[in-house]
Structure formats: structure tokens, C-alpha cells
Design a protein around this ligand. Sequence first.
Ligand code: SF4
Length: 216
Amino acid sequence: MGINVCEIFYSIQGESTFSGLPCVFVRLNGCNLNCRWCDTLYAKEDEGSVMQIEEILQQLERFECNLVEITGGEPLIQKDTPVLVDTLLNKGYQVLVETNGTISINTISDKCIRIVDIKCPSSGESKKNLFCNIDILGEQDEIKFVIADKTDYDFAKDIIINTNLKHINASRIHISPVYGSIKPEQLASWMLNDKIKARLSMQLHKIIWHPDKRGV
Ligand code: SF4
């Protein structure tokens, strides 16, 4: 029993509406997908360390930071992740959970902020999107499309315009370029031309530090 943890680190939040804020990241090990442009392969390939929730709490305390993101890999493949989320919420942390959108989010508390990917075609995993997650999302939750090319952008645009995302404010719908695959200027130009109701989100940590740097 326990949770398989890849790494715990303190950094600047690089994505989401919390971008720019100091945040502690709990990166869990393992993933159910194989995205072509995965930038955290080590979270799937490394062995990680099995930790009890109490040990994770002890590590978090030393950072003296109230904002915690649970990410991966894919955090929802681990059975005790909902318990970790509840424990952190009960301790007064503000909790973000980033998930790849292919597993139901109804196992985790709606008191955390759920940041749900919708996988686009370039990932090679778009057929696994669990669209019923969209109906579960609350006003505080967020959606992210990671875009590598025009096909991805058109896929995201179609979902934003033609599916029921009205309960998610545009500021919480993120369109984020795959680093090095598409120029942000190009993506910005498409968004402005289409007057799309979403936010262009850059991965701030890849601008601050080297894009391959781990633990930031
Ligand atoms: S879901 Fe995330 S961790 Fe899993 S393969 Fe895709 S990019 Fe990598």
C-alpha cells in the first residue's frame, strides 16, 4: 500500500490560472497513455518511491507553501490518490490535480481544482478522451488542450465551440503549445482570427528554466 511518487519539488507554477505562483508539486509515477510528445517520460520509466501519505505530508510541510499540485504521469491511476487529495484538503492546502482526461474524475473531491486535459490528435491518444468528464467539471475546474499543429488547433476549436463548455469560463480553458513544435505566435494568430474564447497558456517553467530541466 502507499503511493508511488516520482518526485516532490517546490517551483513556480507554470500552467493553469495559477501560473506564476510558488507551488509544491507532487509528481506521481506511472501513466496509462503514451503521448508522442510526452515531456515527462521519466515519470513513466523511473521506478519511483512508494510513500505513505504521512511521509508525503511531512515533505510538504518543509516548503511552507499552501498551494500543492498533484500531477504525473497520470495521478488517477493510483488508487490512493483520492485519499491523498482529501487529506491535503483537510489540512488546509489548496489542491490542484492535473489529469490526462482519460479516467473519470468523479473519484476525487470537487473541493480541489481539477485540471483536465483533452488529448488532441497529435498526441496519438485522442480516441481515449473521456468526454463525460466535461459534465462533471465545476466552475472552478480547468481544461487544457496541448497543441502541436493546425489539426490539433482545429480539433480544440471544434470542441470549444460545439460542445457544452459554457459552465467553464474562457479564462479556465487553456490552449497551450507543445514546446518546440509550434510557434506561439502562430497559435495566437489562429486564436485571434477565430475570436476563440480560451486562454493562450505558455509553459512558464520552460521559459524560466531550460525546457528539459527536471524538478521545476
Ligand atoms: S498523459 Fe502526460 S505523462 Fe502520460 S504520456 Fe501523455 S504527456 Fe506523458
